[in-house]
Design a protein around this ligand. Structure first.
Ligand code: HEM
Length: 539
């Protein structure tokens, strides 16, 4: 090597070393800056209320978020315990959550959704921009249809619900003359998805295997995506969504639903137009016409009823309805298996209603209303296993000053710690006790017979929200879950496998899921005790 090439080589080495030093320095500074920003943004940005969930003031937003992801209950109980009459906040990786006590429910429920929007909050909370959930922001056709059509028609829907449940039991439940192990999470998911499909689409589409796959798997992928995205700052969500398989798969389910349903939607729209043209606007002369899709077609205007949007909405409505109802039914079954003494109690109540109203296959909404012990068990099970520890989500779209002077700044995301509120001893005495008849007993009090039901909401019982934006599908959910439980309790015995306790719930962020892997043992009861034969043939 001559001296000039030696000089060049040593210069190159020096330059590389300097570059490396600069790069390391820059990266270190960027990390430090990011760390400082993540701390300062929590303390100086957002609403000026106490910040809960940090172990020290030097802890970053991402560590706080990780703790919330692992054990949201401890953060929410701590905050509610300390500040249960005032607003406080905790930091998520993607936003600050402003947590309010339930004393503000009455004041907030009167605000229009242009001021405090539940829908914008749901879309944000479900990472709507990356999970295909932003369709709910387009219009409120789905909400109107559930309120104006589904709930008022529940009595007419009982028969198709039972018909589909009977079909599902034949196909999806095992022969079990002797004890057989099943995974209730998946078995009940099949039952619920079939019933929902019958009511959302009607025959024969509800039996289409591709639809059943789309309507359940879309939800699973949305939840995987949002649980992962929420671990990272919002500015990374776009890139992450691009590489996360669950987001592509979720999107592919929407495309598949559109391919499957759009031709059928166009057919139904053309048939309706023809009927109206011929002067016959009685669109519900065939019982199979009573389904969510037909109702959306009838109620929506031209912009709301674009076939691709309706197909998309059918999938999104399945997300709102299937796993929420399935989780409640699975929790009830786990709780009953852990408290087997109550199963007989519930069976006696069912037999009593059969004596009064005739066979299950002839029951209407009012017969189910008489299952007050079952209703109480479902509500108590929901108190112990709520689907979410946070509810009453709203995004504030303009500054609001509440009557006591609390400022809810424009852009803030508010929510209520529903489980901490419900389990406060002033709301639920002895909250640590699982009392299956808690709400049944409350309903025996003068003037309270119609209160304390699974689907009734109260300012302190917010698992379905409260007020005009409360879950519009809750009465349907209650009827669907009761139908399934009546069938499962009357036709089968249930028990936990030897030596196993009540399966533990799984938790991620504020969400609580029943254990997916747990098994229960089931065994068919004698045919003469089946709900399919009791009371049948009697005048
Ligand atoms: C046990 C079952 C269910 C639970 C625990 C549940 C819970 C909730 C909650 C907490 C909300 C938010 C209320 C608020 O904003 O304050 C909600 C909204 C909603 N739920 Fe349910 N739900 C259930 C079943 C259903 C079913 C079966 C359907 C459909 C048939 C449904 C459709 C909806 C819709 C469309 C919304 C409104 C979303 C929006 O604002 O666009 N839900 N639900």
């Amino acid at each position: 090597m001559n001296s000039s090439s030696y000089d060049t080589a040593s210069l190159a080495i020096k330059a590389t070393e300097q570059l490396r030093a600069i790069t390391v320095l820059e990266v270190a500074l960027a990390l430090l800056g990011g760390y400082a920003f993540s701390i300062l943004s929590m303390h100086l940005g957002g609403p000026k209320v106490p910040l809960v969930g940090l172990r020290s003031i030097f802890e970053s937003r991402y560590l706080a978020n990780w703790r919330f992801f692992r054990n949201a209950g401890s953060v929410l109980n701590l905050g509610y315990g300390k500040f249960h009459n005032q607003a406080w906040k905790f930091a998520r990786a993607d936003t600050d959550m402003l947590v309010l006590p339930s004393q503000y429910v009455e004041e907030l429920r009167s605000l229009p959704s242009q001021v405090a929007s539940p829908t914008v909050a749901h879309a944000f909370n479900l990472s709507g921009g990356h999970t295909n959930m932003n369709i709910i922001l387009k219009n409120n056709l789905h909400f109107r249809t559930l309120q104006e059509k589904l709930t008022p028609n529940l009595s007419r829907l009982t028969r198709p619900m039972q018909d589909e449940l009977n079909y599902a039991c034949k196909i999806d439940l095992p022969e079990c003359e002797d004890w057989v192990a099943i995974k209730p999470y998946y078995t009940i998911l099949r039952l619920v998805s079939r019933i929902s499909a019958r009511i959302f689409l009607g025959l024969p589409y509800c039996r289409n295997e591709e639809w059943l796959e789309i309507s359940t798997e879309f939800t699973e992928n949305v939840f995987v995506s949002l649980v992962v995205l929420r671990l990272f700052p919002r500015y990374l969500h776009g890139v992450l969504a691009w590489i996360l398989p669950s987001t592509w798969i979720g999107a592919s389910y929407i495309r598949r639903a559109q391919k499957l349903l759009v031709p059928e939607i166009k057919k139904r729209q053309a048939a309706l137009a023809k009927k109206i043209e011929s002067g016959n606007d009685d669109v519900s002369d065939d019982p199979n016409d009573n389904n969510l899709l037909n109702w959306m077609i009838q109620l929506g205007n031209n912009i709301e009823t674009k076939p691709h949007d309706l197909a998309h909405l059918e999938v999104v409505m399945s997300l709102a309805s299937i796993h929420t109802s399935q989780m409640n039914a699975v929790h009830v079954l786990y709780d009953l298996a852990a408290l087997p003494g109550y199963i007989e109690n519930l069976r006696e109540e069912i037999v009593q209603v059969i004596k009064e109203d005739g066979p299950w296959s002839k029951w209407d909404k009012n017969s189910f209303y008489k299952l007050k012990k079952l209703d109480s068990f479902m509500r108590e099970s929901q108190r112990f296993n709520p689907p979410s520890l946070l509810s009453y989500h709203r995004v504030i779209l303009q500054d609001i000053v509440l009557k006591d002077g609390t400022l809810l700044p424009r852009g803030s995301h508010i929510a209520m710690p529903v489980n901490a509120i419900q389990n406060h001893p002033s709301v639920t005495p002895n909250p640590e006790v699982f009392d299956p008849l808690r709400y049944y007993n409350l309903r025996q009090r003068d003037g309270e017979n119609h209160l304390h039901q699974f689907a009734t909401t109260e300012p302190n019982i917010l698992n379905f929200g409260h007020g005009k934006h409360a879950c519009p599908g809750r009465f349907f959910a209650s009827l669907e879950i009761k139908n399934i439980l009546v069938r499962l309790l009357m036709d089968y015995d249930w028990k936990l496998p030897e030596g196993q306790g009540r399966p533990e719930n799984l938790k991620a962020h504020e969400f609580i899921f029943p254990n997916q892997k747990a098994t229960l043992l089931m065994k068919a009861r004698p045919k003469n005790l089946s709900v399919l034969v009791l009371g049948e043939g009697e005048a």
